[in-house]
Design a protein around this ligand. Structure first.
Ligand code: GTP
Ligand code: MG
Length: 481
């Protein structure tokens, strides 16, 4: 039975944004009351948050698929759809979030630290929000965007100040049981400890945490015994303690060669070289153990170790040991820059929001990539001609047509917007004729129009562009609450 899980693959899906609504206000004797379609609600995010009462990733091992709720569609009468609810997933202190390639996305330390693992889709604008001075009655609305889908790996690295390492049965768990209130399993057979134990020690005014890892044996780096797998739990510690068995009955072992072997395995694992180390010669309540401890002590001290003699069973040397550890922990805390109690880490956006690129692919297709054009495509209802025309206008305004012309695209060439596996491909029909008249105005209801002089038309056109830019760039559904 698995009761401790320190690595899981988690599949999270943020909520989709609700679609915007296209609706026209109707009243008796006022058939053209204006557009009143509301905006769709934002999809819920999936957020990982450190909760100190959670100690394993077991829940996610059992149910690794999690989804936040979708935003509701907008409705007529200017009613916005409700936002989807964020899904907050509690994780243990010390959870590292990685992508599937093993890159660290976030390192969650400290109660409340959060990471948005998948961002909810934006809601689509309704036709009321799309209306402008010149586009008085848009007959379309924008689609809500799909929420992020992410596969992440969660890895738990216990957050302990002091880590005990050593051979199986050296007495690591026994030491934790007498230094702290923790009651780990202790027994006289090897590999009693299968998962790290954690205890809290108070020594004077210093409070620190102490953890063991399952015993190490020669060849652990090649996977012997329980391997080095669990050493990730001591990666964050500031002090390493070698627990050496002075009373082992195995004839080929002694404290000094045990130490060498463990050090070699630590070196194979890597990354722990700079931790201060101390040595505990355990089991000195056994007479032979005491003799052996005295014999090897000078040798160990000559190697630069501070050496403590102790007995977990007879409670010898514990006070001295716990105060020495407190001192080292306090020193290392003082040397570390103060971290914020709560940090919020947000996954950085992959693409620069402002820019886009046009490239010619080997198959002759022109590919447009960029945050905005890709988003606009996702927001477009391709069954609605007006919406498609509107997309073309937006792309023109961004300068996509110009860039296509510069890249050598001709009428009828294939243009793809978006990434390889999820692109919208269409045959390009340039709408760009001359600079001043480049924008065909769509979404106009001519019944609203009165004749205007040319200068007024130019001003209106500019106002329309400004309006629409504002509607899209200023509209911040994420700041709704
Ligand atoms: N005489 C004596 N026995 C001890 C002392 N400390 C631990 N032991 C015994 O050594 C055996 C192993 O102790 P554990 O604390 O389980 O050892 P461990 O290092 O945690 O072992 P693993 O979890 O298997 O890696 C148990 O039978 C303990 O009672 C000690 O100071 N004196
Ligand atoms: Mg143990």
């Amino acid at each position: 039975m698995t009761t401790f899980v320190d690595r899981v693959e988690l599949h999270v899906a943020a909520g989709n944004g609700g679609h915007g609504c296209a609706s026209v206000h109707r009243e008796k004797f006022k058939p053209l009351g204006g557009p009143d379609g509301g905006n769709g609600g934002r999809g819920g995010d999936v957020i990982l948050t450190v909760d100190q009462s959670v100690t394993t990733l077991l829940d996610y091992h059992h149910s690794p698929h999690r989804k936040a709720t979708n935003g509701k569609p907008g409705e007529g009468g200017n009613r916005s759809g409700k936002d989807g609810q964020d899904l907050v997933l509690p994780v243990p202190d010390g959870t590292v979030v990685l992508d599937k390639a093993g890159n660290v996305l976030a390192d969650l330390v400290g109660h409340g630290t959060s990471f948005v693992a998948a961002q909810g889709g934006r809601g689509g604008l309704g036709n009321a929000a799309l209306a402008s001075a010149r586009r008085k009655a848009p007959g379309f609305a924008l689609l809500g965007e799909p929420g992020d889908l992410q596969d992440v790996v969660l890895e738990l690295k216990t957050v302990a100040d002091v880590a005990l390492v050593g051979y199986p049965s050296a007495g690591k768990s026994s030491l934790i049981s007498v230094l702290s209130a923790a009651k780990p399993k202790i027994a006289d057979y090897p590999f009693t400890t299968l998962v790290p134990n954690l205890g809290v020690v108070t020594a004077g005014s210093t409070v620190y945490t102490i953890a063991d890892v399952p015993g190490l044996i020669p060849g652990a780096s090649q996977g012997k015994g329980l391997g080095l797998e669990f050493l990730r739990h001591v990666e964050r510690c500031s002090v390493l303690v070698h627990v050496l068995d002075t009373a082992t009955l195995e004839s080929d072992r002694d404290p000094v060669s045990d130490l060498d072997i463990i050090e070699e395995e630590l070196r194979q694992y890597g990354g722990l070289g700079n931790r201060p180390r101390i040595v505990v010669l355990n089991k000195i309540d056994v007479p032979d153990g005491k003799d052996l401890a005295e014999m090897v002590r000078p040798d160990l001290e000559a190697r630069g170790y501070r050496v403590f003699e102790a007995s977990a069973v007879a409670h010898m040397g514990l006070r001295e040991l716990s105060f020495a550890l407190a001192e080292l922990v306090a020193q290392s805390r003082a040397a570390k820059p103060k971290e914020e109690a709560t940090r919020i880490v947000i996954r950085p956006k992959a693409v620069d929001d402002a820019g886009f690129t046009v490239t010619r692919e080997e198959d002759g297709l022109y590919r447009v990539r960029g945050e905005k054009p890709e988003r606009w495509v996702r927001q477009t209802d391709f069954n609605n001609d007006e919406a498609v025309g509107y997309l073309a206008d937006r792309l023109n305004r961004l300068g996509v047509e110009e860039k296509l012309v510069k890249a050598g695209a001709r009428s009828g060439d294939g243009v793809a917007i978006g990434p390889e596996d999820n692109a919208v491909v269409f045959d390009w029909e340039p709408s760009l004729t001359s600079g001043a008249e480049m924008l065909g105005r769509r979404g106009e209801d001519h019944r609203f129009e009165a004749p205007r002089p040319a200068a007024q038309r130019r001003r209106d056109r500019q106002a329309e562009r400004d309006d629409v830019e504002r509607a899209y760039d200023d509209f911040q559904p994420f700041q709704a609450e």
